[in-house]
Design a binder for this molecule. Structure first.
Ligand code: 3H9
Length: 686
């Protein structure tokens, strides 16, 4: 079998089994077949006393091959491969580097011993794909690492480092230097030890477990798990490991796994895994485009956005020059940045030294000319075209040749901004989401003249600062905020027609959004974008703003808030709504939850389809990435476009048609949506 990704070589009496399946040694069919053949080889050869399983390339097995999911299964499947390894009559040692993830860790747990390099990481991220470790992992992991840690790992999907893994008993020895050499030496040490230690036979860590562990764990994490099916299935599987013998526990695991695998949520989450990776690929750009070198970043504006943006670069070790117009604003901005870092340190997520290193790499100044040596300059000032144009003209005069000039605008036309410079090819939009040091999304706005290497630099830099970047075209609000608009328009009209802010928000929260449109308005500030003339009252928002009901910060907005920011329905808001309805001659009626979904979520899908047909997003999955990472769309629904596919596009069209008259001229159909619905098509998978 020359083309098998699995090869074997004898080092004296140790058989070294090597997987070479780039990029991440996913456990596809050929790998599984090769592993079983290698164990058979070891069994059949008396001169072999022990086996080492290792991987070439960047990592140990990163799990099952996700691209095989949903296709007809090819034997042998992973659970039986792991069993074959564990049942080998000769000791098997896993030699781990990179990341042993999911099925990869399950293979390692099937081995009798595990050695790892200090940089290795181990985890079971299946929950992020809407799944559970289905190759015996839910039964072996608690037996080796203990129930509390197993619960945390299977439901959180995070990784543990080699040292912690060693402390937990997941790794038997940490080895420095040549991994193969050490693993072979380890195999020599253990080759004669019998009985072989089998993870599946260990009972001590799953015996005498107080069942309240599970109830407490569920309670403590209820908020985090809300809406997701996989965490609960993972918990049930660990419960089975405690309550039942191994042989029965794995049957429970299998049933729970299949239940998840055939559900919509895991399809959505697997789709999203690939969507996120696809987002970094830019259409129409030569493959060999080299990024520009970014050594120092300039940020204009030390407000909430400017400060948050700066922190991203500082945390990644990139020095930042931050410019403000007045000393007081500069001090306030940098003070907040320090406070944020110190809060992170207080939670143990940063050391005091790291805080000082980050703040030490910040150069706060009132001197605009200090931006002259920056390789990337991001403007984060007031959202007004004239202000931005003025800044870009000044930047054009002082920035060094080849510097990238970026605007953090959330709506404005990048081409118009670029036109005031003599270097529109260097201008790009970098739209961060608030709080900019936390939110993962970055919309990279591609202007008509933005150079390919500027885009490539932006995408690469996004990775460096741990953001997920999506390319958007120039249109009002780009991808995310543009789709917010129809939702806002219809939500507000629904208030007049008969619903309450509570009903609209409840429907959105039940759908899985972190909050509804009115809760979001109160959080962001009802006064944002307000014309500031209290006598000019043209809509409900104007009326609220005129009365100082600016949202949470004033303890009054669409809701009333108590001292702890707990919202309650506001009789005053209801009066304002009733007043407006009366003035506009709207007869209020009972509004169904379904109508709210049709008018606030289906309209978003329609807008997303327009964005696609206009080429403002490269692909439907990019829109989904924007909504999951920028606005908290529940990932178990994949994003608005994937969700539309699961609803059925004809159902979306029919729903919108049923509301067309009510929505009036605010609404028009996307031709792409109509066409796709008519041909029975989908947005995803194209
Ligand atoms: C599982 O194991 C189920 C079992 O319990 C039960 C079975 C019965 N399969 O992320 P990157 C691709 S579920 C197929 O950019 P990095 C990825 O799409 C699995 N393909 O690299 C990308 O392709 P492209 C549990 C995979 O260095 C390329 O590899 N395991 C898989 O930033 C590079 O990926 C997981 O969930 C896969 N499993 O990060 C681990 N993984 O170049 C998922 C990656 O065409 N993987 N690809 O865009 C990861 O978390 C990261 O890829 C990893 C590397 C940390 C490994």
């Amino acid at each position: 079998m020359t083309d098998s990704p699995i090869s074997t070589a004898k080092h004296h009496d140790i058989l070294v089994v090597t997987s070479n399946n780039p990029p991440v040694n996913a456990l596809g069919a050929a790998v599984r077949q090769g592993l079983v053949a290698a164990i058979e080889q070891a069994e059949g050869d008396d001169s072999i006393k022990a086996v080492v399983i290792r991987c070439e390339g960047q990592t140990f097995f990163a799990g099952a091959d996700i691209t095989e999911f949903g296709k007809p299964p090819v034997m042998p499947w992973l659970p039986s491969v792991v069993d074959t390894i564990e049942n080998c009559s000769k000791p098997v040692v896993a030699a781990i580097h990179g990341t042993a993830l999911g099925g990869g860790l399950e293979v390692a747990l099937g081995c009798h011993y595990r050695v790892a390099v200090p940089s290795a990481k181990l985890g079971v991220p299946e929950v992020k794909l809407g799944l559970l470790p289905g190759a015996g992992g839910t039964q072996r992991l608690p037996r080796v690492a203990g129930v509390p840690k197993a619960l945390e790992m299977v439901t959180g999907g995070g990784m543990v480092g080699a040292k912690e893994a060693h402390d937990l008993g997941l790794v038997d020895r940490i080895v420095e230097g040549d991994l193969v050499q050490h693993a072979v030496a380890y195999a020599e040490e253990v080759k004669d030890i019998r009985p072989l230690p089998k993870s599946s036979e260990r009972q001590e860590k799953v015996s005498n477990i107080d069942p309240s562990v599970f109830a407490d764990f569920r309670k403590a994490n209820a908020r985090k798990f809300r809406g997701f099916e996989a965490p609960e299935a993972n918990i049930k599987a660990i419960e089975a490991a405690v309550a039942k013998p191994y042989a029965e526990g794995v049957i429970d695991e299998r049933n729970l796994f299949m239940g998840l695998m055939t559900g919509v949520q895991s399809r959505a989450q697997q789709y999203f895994f690939f969507a996120e990776r696809k987002a970094s690929k830019i259409d129409g750009i030569p493959e060999d485009t080299r990024p520009r070198d970014i050594r120092r970043v300039g940020v204009i504006g030390a407000g909430t956005m400017g400060g948050g943006i700066s922190m991203n670069f500082l945390s990644a070790g990139i020095p930042v020059t931050i410019v403000e117009m007045a000393q007081e604003a500069l001090d306030r901005g940098t003070g907040i940045m320090r406070k944020n870092y110190e809060a992170t340190a207080a939670k143990g997520r940063m050391t005091g030294e790291q805080v000082e290193a980050a703040m030490g790499a910040l150069n706060p100044t009132l001197d605009f000319n200090a931006l002259a040596d920056c390789d990337l300059i991001i403007e984060a000032v007031f959202e007004q075209m004239e202000v931005k144009k003025d800044i870009f003209a000044r930047l054009d005069a002082i920035a060094k040749p080849g510097a990238i000039l970026a605007s953090n605008t959330s709506y404005l036309n990048i081409d118009e901004i670029a036109a005031v410079t003599k270097r529109p090819q260097d201008v790009v939009g970098l739209h961060f989401f608030s709080p900019a040091n936390i939110m993962k999304l970055l919309e990279v706005v591609r202007g008509a003249k933005t150079a390919p290497d500027v885009l490539v630099t932006a995408m690469q830099l996004a990775k460096r600062i741990k953001k997920v970047a999506v390319v958007a075209g120039v249109c009002h609000g780009f991808i995310g905020n543009r789709m917010l608009m129809p939702r806002q328009v219809e939500a507000t009209k629904l208030l007049l027609e008969g619903t309450t802010p509570e009903q609209v928000d409840r429907v959105h929260v039940e759908f899985g959004m972190p909050m509804g449109p009115f809760q979001m308005a109160d959080l962001a500030g009802v006064d944002i974008g307000w014309h500031r003339d209290p006598t000019r009252i043209e809509n409900i928002r104007d009326a609220l703003a005129a009365e100082g009901r600016w949202g949470q910060k004033k303890q009054a907005g669409f809701y009333d808030y108590d001292d702890k920011r707990k919202p309650s329905p506001s009789p005053r808001v209801q009066e304002i709504i009733d007043d407006f309805a009366a003035k506009q001659g709207v007869t209020r009626r009972e509004i169904s939850d379904e109508e709210i979904i049709q008018r606030t979520l289906y309209t978003m899908v329609n807008e997303g389809a327009k964005i696609l047909e206009e080429g403002m997003a490269q692909r439907a999955s990019d829109i989904d990435v924007v909504w999951v990472y920028g606005y908290g769309w529940p990932v178990y629904r994949g994003g608005p476009m994937f969700w539309a596919d699961t609803e059925g596009l004809q159902k979306i069209v029919d729903g919108l048609k049923s509301q067309e008259a009510r929505m009036g001229e605010d609404f028009s159909f996307s031709q792409l949506l109509l066409d796709k619905a008519a041909e029975g098509g989908k947005f995803s998978g194209k």
